[in-house]
Design a protein around this ligand. Structure first.
Ligand code: NAP
Length: 466
């Protein structure tokens, strides 16, 4: 008789797709529990692990990036394997995984971003912050992007932490980025940048801003730029006052007020925080961005203890040669998995993926931004992935799993037979060492490889020279 699922001779076999924080935390929760024997294979479309920790977190936030050491430890747990450079829907299908694993966890994050929906959004010089962030972080998808920094004025739309990152990278002295792992081409471009004024646009007020208190403070304390706010916009509206009971909102509002009282300052660059304004149009000239037309909003009580915005019909134009929208990420469909096009999410109930009728799809789970949408900090994902892992273990005990007919031990051979070139965790460690070595030669902590071909060639040449 077949031993029970989870017996060491019949371990629960799990495929996790996406090697960012939520994928690693799901692997950790599954491998560290003692109830069932579990094996986890973690797949990523890139040869490199760590998702947004590598490709999203700003290069001047190395302390945040050091969370990768935690993931490295997870990768060392018995039962863990990594298959980088394997794309779901191209190198392997959901059906291929379902034929080999009892459970599949989607941890693919949100690869796209939201659009403003205003005229001129597609003009040259108007980009998503996602592209800009990917570019300065040497993400393979964005390595060939170019940003014209020869203009004097840039506009960033949105007041979340991504907007803070992007504003800081544009405003700080590039000399301070020299020793980091920033992409070489981005560092060169920033060294030549002529951007002096950076507008940050919030459609609501200082109490509603989505950034964290520490992030706005970091921006306000740069040696190269003054953070400037208009006193009339920095004052919290009557309708927003109830929000100030939240400590973060209070800190944010107080800090903006303090900055509005400090005036213009004397630093060479200005970051101009604007509140209660919405982009109405990106104005172009010869196909290129020239200005952003904004409409002023007023905040009125929303009847639920918060404030909602009303348009005023008053417009203003801000000069801009570069526009970056940082108004939130958006999920893209995962091949073979239900998707709600309206919300940009994988439908799920606490991580159990749902079919079109809302019933749980046995064996399929979502974690991280695939589960919740684009919210929360890196650490948010630990408890969130652990909660989904707990449901997975309960489902496994109740035999609500896929019925794989094949052994996943041979998945590497299967992938190679398909023409894929999976990268193991040991190979990632080789790439890691090579990047650090390349960085040392340039006085940087790391010089990243930015495309898969280059990485595979480096691995083959390292293997030959052994
Ligand atoms: P976010 O926190 O959701 O902020 C989005 C911003 O865009 C908000 O200010 C929002 O305003 C605004 N917005 C949305 N639609 C808009 C529109 N049509 N017009 C004008 N403004 C619009 O998103 P995010 O900055 O992309 O960050 C995503 C997640 O990653 C967040 O949880 C964030 O904390 C996290 N993150 C953290 C760090 C860090 O810790 N250093 C760094 C980067 C990202 P409303 O509030 O009015 O909707």
């Amino acid at each position: 008789m077949m031993p029970a699922l989870g017996d060491p001779s019949n371990p629960l076999r799990v495929a996790v797709v996406g090697a960012g924080p939520s994928g690693f935390y799901a692997a950790e929760a599954l491998l560290k529990q003692k109830d069932l024997a579990v094996r986890v294979d973690l797949f990523d479309r890139l040869p490199t692990p760590y998702g947004l920790v590598r490709g999203g977190v700003a290069p001047d936030h190395q302390k945040i990036k050091s969370v990768a050491l935690v993931y490295e430890k997870i990768a060392g747990l018995p039962g863990f394997r990594f298959f980088g450079n394997v794309k779901l829907g191209q190198d392997v299908s959901t059906a291929d995984l379902a034929a080999r694993y009892h459970q599949i966890v989607y941890a693919v994050g949100n690869e796209s971003d939201r659009k403003m929906g205003v005229p001129g959004e597609d003009l040259r010089g108007s980009h998503s912050a996602t592209e800009f962030v990917g570019w300065y972080n040497a993400h393979p998808d964005f390595r060939d992007r170019r940003f014209d920094l020869s203009c004097e004025s840039a506009v960033i739309v949105g007041l979340g932490n991504v907007a803070m990152d992007v504003a800081r990278i544009l405003a700080q002295d590039p000399q301070d980025l020299r020793g980091t792992d920033i992409a070489g081409c981005a560092l060169d471009a920033l060294m030549k940048s002529r951007v002096k004024t950076i507008y940050l646009l919030g459609r609501r007020g200082p109490a509603e801003a989505a950034y964290s208190p520490q992030e706005i403070r970091d921006l306000g304390e740069l040696s190269s730029a003054d953070l400037v706010a208009k006193p009339e916009e920095a004052a919290v509206s009557e309708a927003s006052r109830p929000l100030l009971t939240d400590p973060a909102a209070r800190k944010n509002a107080d800090y903006v007020l303090e900055k509005s009282r400090a005036g213009e300052g004397a630093k060479p660059k200005k970051i101009r925080l604007r509140f209660c304004v919405s982009p109405a149009e990106i104005v172009g000239e010869n196909g290129r961005v020239k200005a952003v037309k904004i409409e002023k909003n007023r905040l009125v009580p929303d009847g639920r203890g918060g404030a909602k915005l009303e348009k005023t019909g008053e417009f203003e134009a801000l000069p801009a040669g570069l526009v970056l929208r940082a108004i939130g990420y958006r999920g893209v469909p995962i091949p073979g998995v239900p998707f709600d096009a309206e919300s940009g999410k994988t439908p799920n109930a606490e991580g159990r993926v749902q079919d079109a009728q809302g019933a749980p799809l046995a064996g399929h789970y979502a974690v991280g931004w695939t589960k919740r949408g684009p919210s929360g900090l890196i650490g948010t994902n630990r408890a969130d992935s652990a909660a989904t892992a707990a449901l997975m273990l309960a489902d496994a005990k109740a035999a609500r799993v896929l019925k794989p007919g094949q052994d996943p031990q041979s998945i590497g051979d299967f992938l190679r037979a398909r023409g894929a070139r999976p990268v193991s965790f040991a190979e990632w460690k080789t790439l890691d060492a090579l990047e650090k070595e390349r960085g040392r030669a340039l006085g940087k902590i790391r010089e990243k490889f930015s495309n898969a071909k280059e990485m595979i060639a480096a691995l083959e040449s390292a293997a030959c020279s052994k």
